[in-house]
Structures are given as C-alpha cells and as structure tokens.
Design a binder for this molecule. Structure first.
Ligand SMILES: [Zn+2]
Length: 266
C-alpha cells in the first residue's frame, strides 16, 4: 500500500516538475523570470488556464494545440514531462535497490536540473549559470541528508570523484582553449563527479569514461549520417549528463566485473 502510494506520488510529482522544467527551459536562456508572469502561450500570449496546465493530460485533451489560437504545442513539452518522471523512476528504483534512499532527494533535484540543462545545451549551446550555480549549495545539503539518513559519510571519495571530473573536463577545456569543452561543462563537472564519487570512486571513473564513450558514438553516428562534419560544434553537456546516469546505474556492476576479470588473470 505504501509502495503504491509512493509510486503514484513519484509519478505525479515527476510529471509536475517536468512541466515546470518546460518553463525553465524556455525562460532561463532568455533571461526571463521563472516565477512570473504565469505561463502563457508563446504564440498568442494568452495565459494558460489551470485546467490546461495538467501535465500530459491537458496536452492529450487539447490534442497538442493552444485552446485560444490553435498553435501546435511542440511535442517536446510532453516529452520533457515524461522524461523527468521516467528518470525519477529509474533513480528511485536504484536508490531502493542500493539502500541509498538518503541520496535520493538530491539525485531527483540533480536529474531534473540535468533534463533542463540537456535541452538548453542542445538548443542554445550553453549551460546557464543560473541553473548550474545553485546546484553547489544543493549538493552540500543533499550529501548531508544522505549522510544522516544512510549513515555513511564518504566525503573523501566524493572529493576525489569531483577532482577527477574537474581535472579531466577542465584539462580538455584548457588544452583546446574552450573549443572541445565549454566553461559551462567545466562548472558542471565537479557536481556530477562528487555525486558519483559519493557512491564510489569507481562509479565516478565509469561515469566519466561513459560520457566520452557516448559522445564518441553519437559523434561518429552524426558524421556517418552526414549530419555533422568534423568541425561541427556538438554541445558536450548532454554527454556529461548521460555519463553521470550510466556511472550511477552501471558503476558498481562494471567495477565489480573488472575486478573479477583482473582477479581471474592474476
Ligand atoms: Zn495560443
């Protein structure tokens, strides 16, 4: 009963926050306030009625069009809502399975920020400070909550994870003079590295490796399909985010498998 209730709350809250992320994704890169004015149709400017602002349901009821001007609401709005709820589900299942419920609140905050950052980076080629900077104090609060609830205090491992990510991403930024990596990536890296490091240093390493692996695969795929040349700018933020997720979910499995392999060779 408690599990069902938690699942329902997780789903609705995940969709609702996803709906808010749409506001963040649209307004933050334009330097607009996310608090006011209330949501309006970008096309006709009519304020969105509360009954038309229910995640997913309203979009289906309105058949993807503005009630006032019939402007087709981009499918992306619904995708962001569903993606946020889906990522929350993955993280909640991970937290239950690994006995890390204390870390879950921070993971949900970080994941939602990452959903917004991914779309903004793809669209505007930057990771706004207005989203990245607040993650630093939130990270500290999240890790303190995790330490209290889960009873583990791996500060050293979090610092190492953070340092590795900063050194590698910052190093590339320095060496390529900002062409291979943006300053936004450098600012985001320590947060992702610290979060993975809190789980284990191995997870931080796997996550970093995964970010470059996914980046290479997508880069090659884009070139092969003729959608990019070798000099096309591809934002790296989405790959950092993907690496972070993969490091979290697969980190322990890959490190254990690797150690077992080394053990069998010795
Ligand atoms: Zn409209």
């Amino acid at each position: 009963m408690v599990t069902v209730l938690a699942a329902v709350i997780l789903t609705f809250l995940g969709l609702a926050v996803g709906s808010f992320l749409n506001v963040v994704i649209y307004r933050v890169p334009r330097g607009e306030s996310i608090a006011s004015p209330p949501s309006a149709c970008p096309h006709c400017g009519h304020a969105v009625r509360w009954k038309d602002n229910i995640p997913v349901v309203s979009w289906l009821v309105l058949r993807g069009r503005c009630r006032d001007c019939q402007w087709p609401i981009p499918r992306r709005y619904v995708l962001v809502e569903v993606a946020n709820a889906a990522v929350w589900w993955v993280l909640a299942i991970w937290a239950v399975n690994t006995d890390s419920l204390g870390l879950l609140p921070w993971l949900l905050v970080l994941a939602s920020a990452c959903v917004a950052l991914t779309i903004i980076d793809l669209e505007h080629f930057r990771l706004p400070n207005a989203i990245v900077y607040p993650l630093y104090p939130l990270l500290l609060v999240g890790l303190v909550v995790s330490a209290i609830v889960d009873g583990e205090v791996p500060w050293a491992s979090a610092l190492i994870g953070s340092g590795i990510w900063l050194a590698v991403i910052g190093g590339i930024w320095l060496l390529t003079r900002g062409r291979g990596m943006g300053l936004g990536d450098v600012k985001l890296a320590p947060i992702l590295g610290a979060t993975l490091g809190w789980v284990s240093v191995g997870s931080a390493l796997v996550g970093l490796f995964a970010a470059f692996a996914v980046g290479a695969i997508v880069g090659v795929a884009l070139i092969l399909r003729g959608k990019a040349g070798r000099k096309t700018a591809v934002p790296f933020g989405p790959f950092l985010v993907a690496g972070n997720m993969l490091g979290l979910i697969l980190g322990a499995v890959i490190v254990d498998g690797y150690l077992a392999l080394i053990g069998s060779l010795l």
